[in-house]
Ligand binder design. Structure first.
Ligand SMILES: Cc1ncc(COP(=O)(O)O)c(C=O)c1O
Length: 460
């Protein structure tokens, strides 16, 4: 009954969003004035009114990321199961810091993560936790790798290390690694940029050369970050070759599959992730291509002991460790108090089943192909190369910033600008919604081709 009610509510809201604008046009001043005029919190308000008002604000002042014509930065449309899961979690408000405070919730998360770890080819007993997102998962990877490579790091800090650590990644890797290098204290200069090939994939020869040169120069090569689905262009680094370099050099392999990781479920796409099973650690976000609401990241690591060593904690005010094969999550992850993040993925997987998920993922991959073909037929030039549904494109004389302004003002679609190595600015469109249809794409490409005419500079 409740499920039926919420599902119809979600579907009605979705129809409403799909028939409305994608992009808001509002200034900070407008919103601040509105809020100040209505909410000084001196008098209580009826919840019905507050809900209607907040819904109105979200309707008008929000990039509608669940709109079928949102081609954005990996923010998905969400399944009804994840909306219901959010409600259950908020109602019960379980505390997942320790096993014994939330046995059911902890076991549901463990069960879901073990299923996915197995799909990635990680061995039984690997560590896995839900995180707030990909950035936290990437941070976890660096902390655990440092702890494993330098047992003295945890107690005596970076100053005790025999050599400065270095992390290898391409210029296309996610920029969270810059912040991570900063907050872990290894410093942003510890990041070594590896060259890419014409498809923006890591050049493994350059990787091997840089690792060898750094070792000669007294640095301690710590980790290679291979990205499976780069943010800007969807490129997948050559995982088997990178894994071979890591194995021969004794360097940690972290695969950032924040978006692309979902492809592991698809028989059509999973071959592109071959080699991920060799990873020491993996980042994969449920709140990207797994289509659950934010924030729901995941961190997988084959070295469970190193994870325990990195995040160990013991205080008298926490309930004592439960006997048996369980870890208390506050001792195996960055977070302390912990929300029941994993229920959304568990419920969505349970409702749709693996086959339903495969269909959802492959539908988006097919829509990526439809977009590529429609653009090419309409005279656009595709400038990236990926099997995943992310298309970067331009045409002669196009000024992407001006073009996007026009696209957004006309409510045709939401897309963004990228600058890829080796080519100028381009337009980036990622199929992030399982609701995006062939008709949506064909209409959008038709409209884009019409407005491009006024947004191209004549080139001689
Ligand atoms: C490849 C990659 N890694 C990490 C992240 C960071 O993930 P989050 O925003 O969930 O923290 C992103 C975000 O888009 C990403 O594309």
């Amino acid at each position: 009954m409740v499920v039926h009610l919420i599902r119809s509510l979600v579907e009605a809201r979705q129809r409403d969003i799909a028939s409305g604008p994608v992009v808001p046009h509002v200034t900070p001043h407008e919103i601040r004035t509105y809020l100040e005029s209505r909410y000084d919190f001196t008098r209580p308000a009826a919840l019905d009114d507050v809900v209607a008002d907040v819904e109105g604000m979200m309707r008008s002042w929000h990039v509608q990321v669940t709109h079928p014509r949102y081609f954005g930065l990996f923010n998905p449309s969400v399944t009804a199961a994840s909306v219901i899961a959010e409600m259950i979690v908020a109602t019960h408000n379980p505390q997942l810091a320790t096993w014994r405070t939330s046995p059911a919730a902890n076991e549901i998360e463990r069960h879901t993560l073990a299923w996915l770890a197995h799909r990635f080819g990680l061995p039984p007993g690997s560590s896995a936790t839900f995180t707030t997102g990909g950035a936290e998962a990437n941070l976890s990877a660096v902390i655990v790798a440092l702890t494993r490579a330098f047992p003295e790091y945890g107690r005596d800090g970076l100053r005790s290390l025999p050599a400065p650590p270095a992390i290898y990644l391409t210029g296309e890797a996610h920029d969270s690694f810059n912040k991570i290098a900063h907050v872990t204290g290894i410093g942003r200069r510890a990041l070594r940029t590896v060259a890419t090939d014409g498809a923006l994939r890591m050049d493994v020869g350059d990787l091997a050369r840089q690792v060898a040169a750094d070792r000669r120069d007294g640095l301690a090569p710590l980790m290679v970050v291979a990205t499976a689905g780069t943010t800007a262009a969807g490129a997948i680094d050559p995982l088997p070759e990178v894994a071979r370099v890591c194995a021969s050099e004794g360097v940690w392999l972290h695969v950032d599959a924040a978006w692309g990781g979902a492809a592991i479920l698809s028989p059509r796409l999973r071959g592109h992730l071959a080699g991920i099973e060799a990873a020491d650690s993996i980042t994969c976000d449920a709140h990207k291509w797994f289509s659950v609401s934010m924030g729901s990241g995941m961190f997988f690591c084959r070295h469970a002991d190193a994870v325990r060593a990195a995040f160990r904690a013991q205080t008298s005010y926490m309930p004592p460790q439960t006997a048996g094969p369980v870890d208390d999550p506050y001792t195996t992850s960055i977070q302390w108090s912990r929300r029941f993040i994993g229920l959304k993925l568990f419920m969505a997987l349970a409702e749709h089943g693996e086959a339903g998920y495969v269909e959802m993922i492959e539908h988006q991959a097919r829509m990526g192909d439809v977009l590529r073909d429609a653009l090419a037929r309409a005279g656009w030039r595709i400038v990236n190369d990926t099997p995943l549904p992310l298309v970067c494109f331009t045409r002669d004389g196009l000024v992407p910033a001006r073009f996007l302004e026009s696209l957004h003002a006309r409510q045709i679609a939401w897309m963004s600008e990228v600058r890829l190595a080796g080519c100028g600015p381009a337009v980036r469109a990622c199929v992030t919604s399982f609701r995006t249809s062939r008709a949506d794409i064909e209409w959008v490409v038709g409209e884009m081709s019409r407005i491009a005419v006024g947004n191209c500079e004549v080139t001689s």
